[in-house]
Design a protein around this ligand. Structure first.
Ligand code: NDP
Length: 338
C-alpha cells in the first residue's frame, strides 16, 4: 500500500519534500472483524487549497490538522472492496474523505456520498460533481444572490471553483470578468468558459486601475478566492448594495501573518454585504445541485477543465502547485483507473 505521508508541520510555503511516499507491505486487504467501516480502493484524489491549513498545527479550526507521520487525507473517489456498513456494499463507488494512499479503511463512512451517476467521468466527483462544485453553487447562488444584468468579478477564476462561478454568473444573465495568473488561463476564461472579459493579475501593477477598466460602473458581486491586495482593490470598486462572497483567500495561506486589509470602510459607505461560508454546512443541498448540474454537463452548457496527474508519487507536487498556480483547472491525482 503506497501512501503520501506528511513529514512534519509546515511553516511558510509548502515544499514537495514536506511529504514522502512510503510503501508498506504489511497491509492486509481486509476489514478488521466487527468493523462497521469500509475498505476502499482509491481511484482519484482531489488537491484542494484548504489542505495547506491542515499542514499546520491548529486548534479550533473547522478542519483537523494532519498528523505528521501519517498519510494525508482529503476528498477522493474510491471503490468499495469490503463493507461493514449497511448503507454500502462491495462494488459501490463513493466520494468523500479518504486517505492519500492506494487502499484505505474508512471508519466512519456516514459522511460519504454514494455515486449514482456513472455516465460522466468519475474524476468529476472531485470537482464539479463534488466539493468544489457545491462550493461554487452555494457561494454564488446563495451568498451572492445574483440578479440579471449585475456586474460580477471572480478571482482565481480558472480554478476548480472559479470556472464554475463564472459560468453560473453567465447563466444568471450577469456581466462577468475573471482574473487569473497566466495568459493561457485568461484565454480559457474568455474562450472556453464564456467570461465577458478576463485579465492576468500578475501583469497589473495597479489592480484598482485594472478593475476600473473592466468595471467602469463598479462591481455588484465579488466572488472572493484570493484575498490580500486583490480584495483591497475590489473594495474600492464595489457598488451600492454589493455582495462579497468570501469563499477563500489563497494568497494568505502560506503567510505567517496575514496582510492587512485597508479599505473595509467601503462596506459602510456602499452598504456592502461581505459573507463567508463553508461548504460542509450545505451538503444537504447536494441532491438539488446534482439535479441542476448533471443535465448542464450532458448538454454541453457547462464546460469543465481538469488538470490530471497520474500516480500517487506525483501527488505532493500537484498539491503544492496550487499555491503557485501551476494547475490549469481542477487539480486531480489518479491513483488507479477503476
Ligand atoms: P484552484 O483550482 O483555483 O487552485 C488555486 C489557484 O489559486 C491557483 O491555480 C492560482 O491560480 C491561484 N493562486 C494561488 N496563489 C495565489 C496568490 N498568491 N494570489 C492569487 N491567486 C493565487 O482552487 P479551488 O478552486 O479549489 O479553490 C479556490 C478558492 O476557494 C480557494 O481560496 C479555496 O480555499 C476556496 N474554497 C473554499 C471553500 C469553502 O467552503 N469556503 C471550499 C473550496 C474551496 P492563478 O494562476 O490564477 O494565480
Amino acid at each position: 500500500n503506497k501512501k503520501v505521508i506528511l513529514k512534519d508541520y509546515v511553516v511558510g510555503f509548502p515544499k514537495e519534500s514536506d511529504m514522502i511516499l512510503k510503501t508498506s507491505e504489511t497491509m492486509t486487504l481486509k476489514l478488521p472483524a466487527g468493523s462497521n467501516g469500509l475498505l476502499v480502493k482509491n481511484l482519484y484524489l482531489s488537491c484542494d487549497p484548504y489542505m495547506r491549513s491542515r499542514m499546520t498545527k491548529t486548534e479550533g479550526s473547522y478542519v483537523e490538522s494532519f498528523t505528521p507521520g501519517s498519510p494525508l487525507t482529503g476528498y477522493g473517489v474510491a471503490k468499495v472492496l469490503e463493507s461493514g456498513h449497511a448503507n454500502f456494499k462491495k462494488g459501490d463507488l463513493i466520494w468523500g474523505f479518504t486517505g492519500w494512499e492506494e487502499y484505505s479503511i474508512i471508519n466512519a463512512p456516514e459522511g460519504l456520498f454514494k455515486i449514482e451517476h456513472t455516465d460522466v467521468p468519475l474524476s468529476y466527483y472531485t470537482g464539479i460533481l463534488g466539493m468544489p462544485g457545491m462550493t461554487a453553487y452555494v457561494g454564488f447562488y446563495e451568498i451572492c444572490t445574483p440578479k440579471k444584468g449585475e456586474y460580477v468579478f471572480v478571482s482565481a477564476a480558472s480554478g476548480a471553483v472559479g470556472q464554475l462561478v463564472g459560468q453560473f454568473a453567465k447563466l444568471s444573465g450577469c456581466y462577468v470578468v475573471g482574473s487569473a495568473g497566466t495568459k493561457e488561463k485568461v484565454d480559457l476564461l474568455k474562450n472556453k468558459f464564456g467570461f465577458d472579459e478576463a485579465f492576468n493579475y500578475k501583469e497589473e501593477q495597479d489592480l484598482d486601475a485594472a478593475l476600473k477598466r473592466y468595471f467602469p460602473e463598479g462591481i455588484d458581486i465579488y466572488f472572493e478566492n484570493v484575498g490580500g491586495r486583490m480584495l483591497d482593490a475590489v473594495l474600492l470598486n464595489m457598488r451600492l448594495d454589493g455582495r462579497i462572497s468570501v469563499c477563500g483567500m489563497i494568497s494568505q495561506y502560506n503567510l505567517e501573518q496575514s496582510e492587512g486589509v485597508r479599505n473595509l470602510f467601503t462596506l459602510v459607505t456602499k452598504r456592502v454585504t461581505m459573507k463567508g461560508f463553508i461548504v460542509f454546512d450545505h451538503y444537504h443541498k447536494y441532491p438539488k445541485y446534482l439535479e441542476m448540474i448533471i443535465p448542464l454537463i450532458k448538454n454541453g452548457t457547462i464546460n469543465y477543465i481538469e488538470d490530471i496527474v497520474e500516480g500517487l508519487e506525483n501527488a505532493p507536487a500537484a498539491l503544492i502547485g496550487l499555491y503557485s498556480g501551476k494547475n490549469v483547472g481542477k487539480q486531480v491525482v489518479v491513483v488507479a483507473h477503476e
